[in-house]
Design a protein around this ligand. Structure first.
Ligand SMILES: [Ca+2]
Ligand SMILES: [Ca+2]
Ligand SMILES: [Ca+2]
Length: 329
């Protein structure tokens, strides 16, 4: 009697109307009830359903022992690597081409000293797009352009992937976030440290909208203040074999933050005596070079070397005078 009432409750939960009549239940009719389950698996990835797993919505006979799950069979291309009595299920999509996999199981339970078994139930695992995190970096005050879908994977045979922004953190302005996955972030206040964009991926598969788990793009903003600004003696070159014949020369400075060059930054060059040598913008390697003429060379030599500075404050080389000097032979 109790068991029948519980069965009716479950049926109502899944939206079916059941008329409960009340036959006298014999001991043999007291069996656990296994209810179907669904789960999603990122294509090319895996799904793990932690205990109670498939048993979470299953019903044991009251007064009986613990219910346990027992595998009957599977369909689909996914590789079932774990199926335990606790209801724990792990499936891998080793072929990265799954669409729908099923795992059929029954529930066993000891009731009145006898093991009784439910009717089979099926866990249906739908493959969904695999959204993966990614990382970008950009210099403070600049912008970063990227595409969150670049490293994401769709279900084979499904429609195109589209990205849906579900959250953003940080000071940078999200100037664009397009369903194609493309985004533009602007560090308009030039002091961002980290920005994140959290999104999910949609794909139409078999006429259904399959939705990925959320993934996050993390943008690390590199401080504009360089951690290192150096004039490399090897980068200081004069155009002739001797001082007398020098007509032109150049000096370079390398701007770095961490281990990376800082491209696109303006470096000011001057002699130590304050005579400007010019300005130059760092290249992809963070190196800026100015070329200067004879009078500047003389001035530079007389005042003891070249100095590079960066930003609004005169960031003179801490190593000036050793590796900051102008070298000429
Ligand atoms: Ca179940
Ligand atoms: Ca991604
Ligand atoms: Ca993944």
């Amino acid at each position: 009697m109790r068991r029948i009432l519980r069965a009716a409750t479950v049926a109502v939960l899944i939206g079916t109307t059941v008329l409960v009549t009340a036959p006298a239940a014999s001991a043999q009719e007291l069996r656990p009830i296994a209810n179907d389950d669904t789960a999603t698996m990122p294509v090319g990835d895996h799904v793990a359903i932690l205990p109670p797993g498939v048993l979470a919505n299953d019903v044991g006979v009251e007064g009986g022992g613990a219910i346990t799950a027992r595998l009957i069979g599977t369909t689909g291309q996914g590789l079932l690597t774990d199926f335990s009595a606790s209801g724990y299920v792990v499936m891998l999509d080793v072929v990265a081409a799954s669409n729908v996999n099923t795992v059929t199981y029954v529930v066993d339970q000891t009731v009145n000293g006898q093991v009784v078994t439910s009717d089979p139930a099926t866990l249906t695992i739908y493959s969904v797009p695999d959204a993966n995190d990614e990382a970008y970096s950009a210099i403070q005050g600049s912008d970063v352009v990227g595409n969150v879908l670049d490293n994401d994977l769709g279900v084979e045979g499904g429609g195109p992937l589209t990205a849906e922004l579900i959250g953003a953190t940080g000071n940078a302005l999200v100037a664009d976030f397009h369903p194609s996955g493309g985004f533009v972030l602007l560090d308009v206040i030039s002091n961002s440290t980290v920005s994140t964009l959290t999104y999910r991926v949609h794909q139409t598969v078999d006429g259904e909208d399959r939705v990925s788990a959320p993934a996050t793009a993390t943008i690390t903003w590199i401080p504009k203040t360089p951690t290192q600004l150096e004039v490399d003696p090897l980068l200081i070159k004069l155009g002739g074999p001797s001082l007398i014949k020098v007509t032109i020369g150049s000096v370079s400075a390398r701007l770095t933050a961490g281990n990376a060059g800082l491209p696109g930054q303006t470096i000011n060059f001057a002699s130590a005596g304050g005579v400007p040598l010019g300005t130059a913008v760092t290249d992809a390697n963070g190196v800026a070079t100015v070329t200067f003429g004879l009078s500047q060379i003389v001035s530079t030599l007389l005042s003891g070397g070249a100095v590079a500075s960066y930003g609004g404050s005169p960031t003179h080389l801490p190593s000036y005078g050793t590796n900051g000097g102008l070298i000429g032979t």
